[in-house]
Design a protein around this ligand. Structure first.
Ligand code: AMP
Length: 502
């Protein structure tokens, strides 16, 4: 039976999320003073970090690592981009280094559960990098590929198993793996796993683990179901939180275009042809929409790859590799597939379709401005997406600047009655395009707010364009020759540095 323990009582903020114990700025001061060598990590881990070029721990690493090294359970409230993968991988590997020993056959000493194949692959890659100075076996167990290779790898026993819940359960059912001797388990992006319907599978996995174990749960948000999961399966966990999900990185310049739905592709091509565009991720609502955007861009001479759930695992890997190497400077993705995309130097995130969940907006734009860099996030708001924008602005507690569309004919007439959001036509679950959220306007209700002093036809003047975004206006139409050359834009991998900005 799992150990039952209640988490400390949740302190609710206005948005219903846990209030963070200390303001991020107070934390940064102490982080400035912390070095990796102060955290108690084993020697081979410190060597690997040095080889990676990390100079300082990020806030979540400085807080989580010493606690995790004591063997304590932990709830981490953090988004991707905060360095949370290293925050759990480093101490777990450090504990393995301190207790070397072969894993038993058909078992894993450490289990890491992630929502998507991409994130699982990404985490496994981090494990290999951070464990490069020690003897370590790592295996990834995900769907979409034949199980034979996974079964063979599991048969020998592995130190670290990174898995998506569904495929892991399959292997448990066939007896290819048992978790009876697993020493530590990590639930990464727990809220996303819940959104994808993995909660029952996770509970089954947790019940198959030994009672004596270390359990870590990371989540960007803390809905009550995740609190309940933590309370059921974690033992007196420490709680560490950084950057609330309602707060995008300050280094991201955000702006919106109010644009007619059928003009979005044209606007996208213009935006992506800007001189300041290095590497962009474009988010669409549907898989079909992603493919359509890729085809449109190809006609415009812009090379993009699509990544979504209808692509085979190999296609997804190829698309991601092309994007990472710079061969494809544009990646068109749906929300689910975008999880775990951790690529340095993404200069732009474009919301071709607005997300219906405001938290998704924060996740999406967090794909830029990673590891201390800056970035631009542009959102295309159609007439049926204005309510989504309002929800986002409510969550992030600020109004996003408006940019003029480069050509008047693209501009949305804000005096028109608002249409219901595209998600409201479907009855899918949360995170897959769920129903309308509270506060959104019913069909046909006129939206009277004028964002920039004039709700009529024609382009609007944005109140204070973000510096980085506004330059794109001038570069419209001046398609860069580089980008036109089949999109073959290469850039060198930027040096890793971390400026601890909350
Ligand atoms: P994550 O939040 O785990 O997705 O990590 C975001 C990015 O930060 C990854 O590219 C990591 O390689 C990088 N990173 C993690 N920790 C550090 C650090 N201490 N210094 C510099 N980069 C880091």
């Amino acid at each position: 039976m799992p150990i039952k323990h209640r988490l400390p009582k949740e302190n609710k903020s206005l948005t219903g999320r846990a209030v963070f114990r200390r303001p991020p700025c107070a934390r940064i001061e102490s982080i400035e003073l912390t070095q990796f060598t102060d955290l108690g990590l084993a020697e081979p881990i410190l060597r690997a970090i040095k080889a990676e070029g990390y100079t300082k721990p990020t806030p979540i690493q400085a807080e989580a690592i010493p606690t995790l090294l004591t063997g304590r359970d932990l709830v981490g409230i953090a988004q991707t981009g905060t360095g949370k993968t290293a925050a759990f991988v480093l101490p777990l590997l450090s504990r393995l280094a301190a207790n070397p020993g072969r894993p038993e056959k058909k078992s894993a000493r450490i289990l890491i559960l992630a929502p998507t194949r991409e994130l699982a692959a990404q985490i496994a890659e981090s494990v290999r990098v951070y464990g490069s100075q020690m003897k370590l076996t790592t295996t990834t167990v995900v769907g979409g590929v034949k199980p034979g290779g996974q079964v063979r790898a599991l048969a020998r026993g592995v130190d670290v198993l990174v898995a998506t819940p569904g495929r892991l359960l399959d292997h448990m059912d066939t007896g290819a793996v048992t978790l009876r001797t697993t020493e530590a388990v990590v639930l990464d992006e727990a809220d996303q796993m819940m959104d994808m319907g993995f909660l029952p599978a996770i509970r089954k996995v947790m019940k198959a683990l030994p009672t004596r174990r270390q359990t870590l749960l990371f989540s960007a948000t803390m809905p009550k179901e995740i609190r309940a999961l933590a309370s059921d399966f974690l033992h007196e966990p420490a709680e560490v939180s950084v950057t609330p999900v309602s707060k995008p990185a300050e280094r991201i310049d955000q702006a919106v275009y109010f644009v007619k739905g059928d003009s979005k592709p044209r606007l996208l091509a213009e935006v992506l042809s800007g001189d300041d565009m290095d590497r962009a991720i474009v988010f669409t609502r549907t898989k079909h929409g992603a493919d359509k955007v890729v085809r449109y861009l190809a006609n415009e001479g812009l090379y993009a790859e699509a990544i979504h759930g209808n692509k085979s695992q190999n296609q997804r890997i190829r698309a991601l590799e092309a994007f990472k190497s710079g061969k494809a400077p544009i990646l068109v993705a749906t929300d689910i597939a975008a999880r775990g995309i951790d690529v340095d130097g993404v200069s732009h995130v474009v919301n071709f379709d607005m997300p219906n969940l405001p938290e998704s907006y924060v996740h999406r734009i967090g794909r830029t401005a990673r590891a201390g860099r800056s970035g631009i996030a542009l959102s295309f708001v159609g007439n049926d997406e204005r309510a989504y924008l309002r929800d986002i602005e409510k969550l992030i507690k600020r109004k996003i600047d408006t940019l003029d569309t480069p050509d008047e004919s693209m501009a949305l007439d804000l005096s028109l009655p608002e249409e219901p959001g595209p998600h409201s036509k479907q009855s899918r679950g949360r995170g897959q395009g769920g129903g309308r959220r509270q506060g959104q306007q019913p069909r046909g209700q006129t939206h009277s707010r004028s964002r920039s002093g004039g709700a009529g036809k024609g382009p609007r003047k944005g109140p204070g364009k973000p510096a980085a975004a506004s330059s794109r206006g001038e570069s419209n139409g001046q398609r860069s020759a580089q980008a036109n050359a089949n999109g073959q834009k290469r850039r060198s991998k930027p040096k890793k540095s971390w400026s601890p900005v909350s």
